[in-house]
Ligand binder design. Structure first.
Ligand SMILES: [Zn+2]
Length: 77
């Protein structure tokens, strides 16, 4: 674990912020949303950027994007 990872805000998120999750990725409500319903979807593994994520991780991230979209459609007017 590097210095950065030890205080990583995504490794141990407040359960109330978890919107949806899967084996490889997790969707979190933004603590400081730039817009209403702003949601962060991150892989559970530490990756430096999108291109460092595996195909499986990318697939799960997109699945969570769809899931969150559905959730937002039903919870915001
Ligand atoms: Zn982390």
């Amino acid at each position: 674990m590097t210095k950065d990872e030890s205080n990583c805000p995504f490794c141990d998120p407040d359960p109330s912020r978890v919107v949806a999750q899967s084996e490889l990725a997790v969707a979190l409500r933004d603590g400081y949303p730039v817009s209403e319903g702003h949601t962060l979807i991150v892989p559970r593994r530490h990756v430096s950027d999108w291109f460092d994520a595996t195909d499986e991780e990318r697939t799960e991230i997109f699945k969570l994007v769809d899931e969150c979209k559905q959730l937002l459609k039903t919870t915001s007017s």
